[in-house]
Write a protein that binds this ligand. Structure first.
Ligand SMILES: O[C@H]1[C@H](O)[C@@H](O)[C@H](O)[C@@H](O)[C@H]1O
Length: 656
C-alpha cells in the first residue's frame, strides 16, 4: 500500500498517544529535534497555521531550565515560522490564481457587455445566447483536453497556454468588427478558461505544504469570485459609455492575463510533475526553491516513493482514464470529485447570480442602471463569503464545511422558492385589456394574472404604481422582439418616454413578498460561497494520486462546465414549465440529494499529504458517514534535523 510505504519515510508522531510533552535533543551535527504533542489549545486553534503549530512546541519539560527552554522555544518558533511557510509559495499561488480571476471576470463581464452589444450590433436573442454559452461550452471541452496537455507538458506550460489564450481572446474581443469575430474571441477565451480551471488548483495543491494546501487552493475560488465582482464593477462603470463600452469591458481582461503570462515565464514547474517525468535534479531544485531554506530530502523521497508505489498499484497499462475506472480507489475518487462539481452547479449558483438583477427588480428597484450596480452587491457578497471559506477550510476541514454549506444552500433555495410561491399566489391581476393593433396577434391578452403573463417569454406586464399599491390599469402585452426592455406596442413601448408611475416588468411581477426573496438570496450566498463554491475545486485538487491527477481534474472541471451550461440554458424553460418556485424547489431537492451523497461519500482530506489521500478511497464508497471519527485527525509538521516531520495520531512507534 503506497501510504504505508510512504509513512516509513517520515517520522510519524502520535498526537493522541503523546500525553506529555516531549523534548528531544539530538546532537547530530548540532541540529535539534523538537517533538511534542500539541496542547489542546493548539489543537483547537491549529487551523494548520504555522504560528499555532510552532506554539505547540512552546512548553518544555520541568527538567529543562526555563531560561534555555524559553530561548529554544523562541528560536524554534522563529525558525519554524520561516521554514513552514516560505513566502515564495504565496507568490506562486497568487500568480496562479490570476487564472481564477480571469475565470470569474470573463464569465461575469458578459452580462453587462451584452446589454450594450445587443443594441450596437443588433444581436438577435439567438446570437446573444450563442455568445454567452459558447465560452462555457468551449471551456467544458478544453477542460477535458487540458488533462491530456497537463500530463504531457506539465502544469506550468498549461498555465502559460491558458494565459496566452486569455490575452489573444481579450484582444480579439475588444477589436471585433462584428458578431462573427466576437464569437471567435469568446471561443478562444473559453479554451483558456477550461485549461486554467483544471490546471490552477492542481498546480497550487502540488506546490503547497499540506497544512496550507486547502487555504491556498481555496484562494483560487476567492479569485474567481473576485473576478466576478470586478466584472460587475466594470460593467457598471462602462454601461454609461453607450458607444464601444463593451470593448473596454471585454478587453480589460488582457491586463491580468498578460501579468500571469509574464509571471509564469519565471515561475517553476510543479515538482511532483517533474519527479513523475523523471526530471529529478530539476525537481529537487524547484522543491527547495519553493520550500525556502528547508531540507527537502524527506519530502522529495516521499513523493518519489509514492509515485513509484502508485504506478505499481494503478493497474498496468492503457489510457489513464481507463486505469482510473478499473482501479477502485481512483474510480471512487473520480465519482466523488465529479459529483461534487455536478452538485455545485445543480445548486443553481449561476442562475441565482444571473437572476439577482431580476430579484432586485422584483424588490422595487426599477432603474436598470441601479439594478446593475446592486447586482454588484450580489457578487460582492459571494466574494466576501468565499473569504470566510478560505478562513474556515483548514479550521473545520473540507467535509464539515461542504456539508454545512450544502444544507444551508438547500434551505435558502427553499426560502427563495417560498418567496416566489407567495409572490405567485398574490400575483397582481390583469385589469386592463388594451386593443391590439391589427397586425399584432398575440397570446398575451388571454392571461388574467401577471404570473402566467411573465412566465410567457413573449409577454410582459405593463402597470402603473403610485408607490403604495398597484393601480388598476395593468395589462399583459407582447414584448418588443428587439429589446426586452420595452413592450412591442402601447403605453410601455418606449422605455425612455414612459409616463410617470408606468412600469414595464419583463421576467418578473411586482410583489410585496420581494423581501422574502431578497432574504433568500442573501442567505443563499452566505451558505453557498464558503463551502459549495470553493470545496469542489479544492477537494478535486487533492483526491487523486499523481498519475491520475490531471485526468481526474480534467473530468471534474469538464463536468462543472457542462452542468454550468445545462443549468443556465434550461432555467428559463424550467421556469416556464415549473414556474419560478417550482424551479427553485427543484434546485433545493437536488441540493438535498447532494447533501446525502456528500454525507455518505466524502472523506476528510484536511492536512493529509497528497500521497496519503488515495488510502481514503480504499474502503467501499459511501461509508464515510460512519467513519466521521476520522475527522479529528490532526497533522503537524515540525522541523527536525532540518527536515519536515509529520505528526499523526495513528503512529506512535517512532517517537524517540
Ligand atoms: O466555484 C465557482 C464559484 O462559486 C462561482 O461563483 C461560480 O460562478 C462558478 O460556477 C463556480 O464554479
Amino acid at each position: 500500500m503506497s501510504r504505508k510505504q510512504v509513512d516509513h519515510d517520515y517520522n510519524l508522531r502520535s498526537m493522541s498517544n503523546l500525553m506529555g510533552e516531549r523534548w528531544k535533543k539530538v546532537n547530530d551535527g548540532g541540529e535539534r529535534s523538537l517533538i511534542k504533542a500539541p496542547s489542546s489549545a493548539s489543537i483547537s486553534s491549529q487551523g494548520a497555521s504555522s504560528s499555532s503549530a510552532a506554539a505547540s512546541t512552546a512548553a518544555a519539560p520541568a527538567s529543562t531550565s526555563s531560561t534555555s527552554t524559553g530561548d529554544l522555544e523562541r528560536a524554534a518558533r522563529k525558525q519554524f515560522q520561516q521554514d513552514v511557510t516560505p513566502g515564495f509559495v504565496y507568490v506562486l499561488a497568487v500568480f496562479s490564481a490570476l487564472g481564477g480571476f480571469l475565470f470569474g471576470y470573463d464569465t461575469g463581464v458578459i452580462s453587462g457587455a451584452m446589454l450594450l452589444l445587443k443594441r450596437e450590433l443588433d444581436l438577435s436573442p439567438l446570437w446573444q445566447e450563442v455568445l454567452i454559452s459558447s465560452t462555457v461550452a468551449a471551456a467544458a471541452l478544453s477542460a477535458l483536453l487540458g488533462g491530456f496537455l497537463n500530463g504531457l507538458f506539465g502544469r506550468r506550460v498549461c498555465i502559460l497556454l491558458a494565459s496566452f489564450f486569455f490575452t489573444v481572446g481579450g484582444i480579439v474581443l475588444s477589436t471585433a468588427p462584428g458578431k462573427e469575430v466576437l464569437l471567435a474571441g469568446r471561443l478562444v477565451v473559453g479554451v483558456g478558461l477550461g485549461i486554467a480551471s483544471m490546471t490552477v488548483p492542481v498546480y497550487i495543491a502540488e506546490a503547497s505544504p499540506p497544512h496550507l494546501r486547502g487555504q491556498l487552493v481555496t484562494v483560487n475560488t476567492l479569485f474567481i469570485t473576485g473576478g466576478q465582482f470586478t466584472a460587475s464593477l466594470i460593467d457598471g462603470a462602462f454601461s454609461y459609455l453607450r458607444h464601444d463600452g463593451w470593448r473596454y469591458m471585454l478587453g480589460l481582461s488582457v491586463l491580468p492575463a498578460l501579468l500571469q503570462f509574464l509571471g509564469f515565464l519565471f515561475l517553476p514547474e510543479s515538482p511532483r510533475w517533474l519527479i513523475q517525468r523523471g526530471l529529478t535534479q530539476k525537481a529537487r531544485r524547484v522543491l527547495s526553491q519553493i520550500r525556502g531554506n528547508q531540507n527537502i530530502d524527506e519530502e522529495y523521497d516521499s513523493i518519489k516513493n509514492s509515485i513509484e508505489e502508485e504506478e505499481k498499484d494503478s493497474g498496468g497499462d492503457g489510457p489513464v482514464i481507463w486505469r482510473m475506472l478499473t482501479y477502485p480507489p481512483t474510480r471512487r475518487a473520480l465519482l466523488v470529485g465529479c459529483s461534487l462539481q455536478m452538485f455545485q452547479q445543480l445548486s443553481g449558483i449561476n442562475t441565482v447570480m444571473y437572476y439577482s438583477a431580476t430579484i432586485l427588480q422584483m424588490s422595487g428597484v426599477r432603474d436598470d442602471r441601479l439594478a446593475i450596480w446592486l447586482a454588484g452587491l450580489t457578487t460582492l457578497t459571494n466574494f466576501l463569503f468565499t473569504l470566510l471559506g478560505v478562513w474556515l477550510v483548514e479550521r473545520v476541514g473540507r467535509r464539515k464545511l461542504t456539508l454545512g454549506s450544502i444544507i444551508g444552500t438547500c434551505l435558502s433555495l427553499s426560502l427563495l422558492a417560498i418567496g416566489f410561491l407567495l409572490s405567485a399566489q398574490h400575483s397582481p391581476p390583469v385589469t386592463f385589456h388594451p386593443l391590439e393593433p391589427s397586425i399584432a396577434n398575440s397570446t398575451c391578452s388571454k392571461y388574467q394574472l401577471c404570473e402566467p403573463c411573465m412566465l410567457d417569454p413573449g409577454c410582459g406586464f405593463c402597470y402603473r404604481d403610485n408607490g403604495s399599491a398597484l393601480l388598476t390599469s395593468s395589462s399583459c402585452v407582447p414584448v418588443n422582439k428587439a429589446s426586452t426592455e420595452q413592450a412591442a406596442w402601447g403605453r410601455c413601448s418606449n422605455s425612455s418616454q414612459m409616463k410617470e408611475h408606468t412600469y414595464w416588468a419583463y421576467n418578473y411581477c411586482p410583489t410585496s413578498y420581494s423581501w422574502l426573496v431578497l432574504l433568500g438570496l442573501v442567505f443563499y450566498l452566505a451558505a453557498f460561497a464558503p463551502g459549495m463554491g470553493p470545496m469542489p475545486w479544492t477537494i478535486n485538487s487533492e483526491i487523486y494520486p499523481l498519475w491520475a491527477r490531471s485526468t481526474g481534474n480534467a473530468c471534474a472541471a469538464g463536468v462543472n462546465w457542462t452542468f454550468n451550461v445545462l443549468v443556465s440554458l434550461t432555467f428559463l424553460h424550467l421556469a416556464q414549465y415549473l414556474t419560478y418556485y417550482g424551479a427553485f424547489f427543484l434546485y433545493s431537492s437536488l441540493a438535498l440529494l447532494g447533501f446525502i451523497f456528500i454525507y455518505g461519500c466524502l472523506p476528510e482530506t484536511k492536512a493529509r499529504r497528497l500521497e496519503e489521500i488515495e488510502a481514503l478511497f480504499e474502503n467501499q464508497l459511501c461509508s464515510c458517514g460512519v467513519s466521521d471519527s476520522d475527522e479529528g485527525r490532526q497533522v503537524e509538521y515540525i522541523r527536525v534535523k532540518g527536515s519536515n516531520y509529520h505528526l499523526s495520531d495513528n503512529d506512535a512507534s517512532d517517537v524517540d
